[in-house]
Design a protein around this ligand. Structure first.
Ligand code: PMP
Length: 433
């Protein structure tokens, strides 16, 4: 009998709901720069960067050297009950970069835990378990975070310890307010927020949590200024504002270091993960000191802030800043958006191209309508792979192609990807060349 494949073995021992990409899932065994190689020896340009974990790409000597030096010390980790120099230094850096007054940082191992911590802090601080979130949001896969996830395809459980009310704002393309000008859209969403607060809550809500650009939700984003308008309403009630920067942090949006920067808002808390580790498991919360210190009991994370992750993350942050990758994201992001919009003009299957910096979504529709076309997204994903490009997929209807390469991307690599994407989209709308 033939040996079972890795896919068969995966299916036998891992949950059915653990999502896998591609008809024939990839096993990636090597990476360098912006390219990865699979177990059959095929190399791909990576425009999803491990769902934005690889902020600066693969096989970066500065990161590997920093981590190796830590490994050579013989200490992968002992305990967060002892002082860890790299943890303190990384917290100092992030607190300063956050722009939050008196900021303090707590490290976790993932974005989910970061958001769980933020929700626990907000509910403790405000003595309320009512939370506002955006429709079409994604904030993680644990008990409270699935509750604030407004995308039923990714909300693993309908049970929740927090009482959540969802408001409009993040997903404009399919919003009832889609046709409005930026200004009217902001007004309509703010009215909706006021209405939800007045009718669906008792008023003493703990916090609102938002993604400046919705990640799993298909890289959809509101007009700049929406969250400033929301923050004004929240301030009237003393409600905390939490920006989930798990996908939008570290300069990826080009214009600002944090995605929320586009709105001119300083949140009470931000959560982060993914890109900071460039593949190492790290996440965290940066919050106003008073909010962070509001927990009455002891609480540690065994692995949160461990030496390997924080030494690596410190090197990632140095690299991001020293190489001004935010500026690269702005320049190449503008070119990516323009290239895709130009291509969209030729392909009726493209309904919307949107995003900021190196975080761009392409929403696919039945030509001539706004009906979601999830099958077209599968075609683009598979065809791009066949042509040597890895991309992401997402959105409420699974019909959005998500593009988020490492921020070290070069102009040549960008042009290569644009060529492949044009061909893959052509295959999807049947307008093949
Ligand atoms: N918040 C956002 C915005 C995310 O995109 C994700 C992951 N896709 C999370 C939180 C959860 O992060 P993790 O998977 O590291 O738990």
């Amino acid at each position: 009998m033939a040996e079972p494949s890795l896919l068969d073995r995966h299916r036998a021992v891992l949950p059915t709901w653990l999502a896998l990409y591609y008809d024939e899932p990839l096993e990636i065994v090597h990476g360098h720069g912006r390219r990865v190689t699979d177990s059959t020896g095929r190399t791909y340009l990576d425009f999803f960067a491990g769902i934005l974990t690889n902020a600066i790409g693969y096989d970066v000597a500065e990161i590997s050297d920093a981590v190796r030096k830590q490994l050579d010390s013989g200490i992968l980790h002992t305990s967060t009950l002892y002082l860890i120099r790299s943890q303190v230094e990384l917290a100092e850096r992030i607190a300063a970069l956050s722009g939050i007054p008196d900021a303090k940082v707590f490290f976790t191992n993932s974005g989910t835990e970061a958001n769980e911590t933020a929700l626990m802090l907000a509910t403790q601080y405000r003595r309320s378990n009512q939370v506002l979130a955006l429709r079409n949001s994604y904030h993680g896969r644990a008990f409270a975070t699935v509750g604030v996830t407004g995308n039923r395809g990714w909300s693993a459980s309908a049970l929740s310890p927090v009482k959540v009310s969802y408001v409009h704002g993040g997903y404009r393309y399919r919003s009832p307010f889609a046709g409005l000008s930026d200004e009217d859209y902001i007004r309509a969403c703010t009215d909706d927020l006021r209405d939800v607060l007045a009718t669906g809550t008792s008023g003493d809500v703990a916090c609102m949590i938002v993604e400046p650009i919705q990640g799993v939700g298909g890289f959809s984003l509101p007009p700049d200024g929406l969250f400033a308008s929301f923050a004004e309403v929240l301030a009237e009630h003393g409600i905390l504002f939490v920006s989930d920067e798990v996908q939008t942090g570290w300069g990826r949006t080009g214009e600002h270091f944090w995605g929320i920067g586009a709105h001119g808002v300083t949140p009470d808390m931000m959560t982060f993960a993914k890109g900071l580790g460039n593949g190492l498991a790290i996440g965290g919360v940066v919050a106003r000191g008073e909010v962070m210190d509001s927990l009455g009991a002891n609480s540690i994370s065994t692995f949160g802030g461990n030496p390997v992750s924080t030494v690596g993350a410190r090197a990632v942050l140095d690299y991001l800043v020293d190489h001004d990758l935010q500026a690269n994201a702005a320049t190449l992001g503008a070119r990516l958006l323009a290239g895709l919009r130009e291509s969209a003009g030729r392909h009726p299957v493209v309904g919307d191209v949107r995003g900021k910096g190196l975080m761009v979504g392409v929403e696919l529709v039945e030509p001539g309508t706004t009906t979601p076309a999830p099958a077209a997204a599968v075609t683009v994903l598979e065809e791009a792979r066949r042509l040597g490009l890895l991309v992401g997929k997402g959105g409420l209807h699974n019909n959005v192609i998500r593009l988020a390469p490492p921020m070290t991307l070069t102009a040549e690599e960008l042009d290569e990807a644009l060529g492949i994407l044009d061909a893959a989209i052509a295959a999807a709308d049947g307008s093949g060349r």
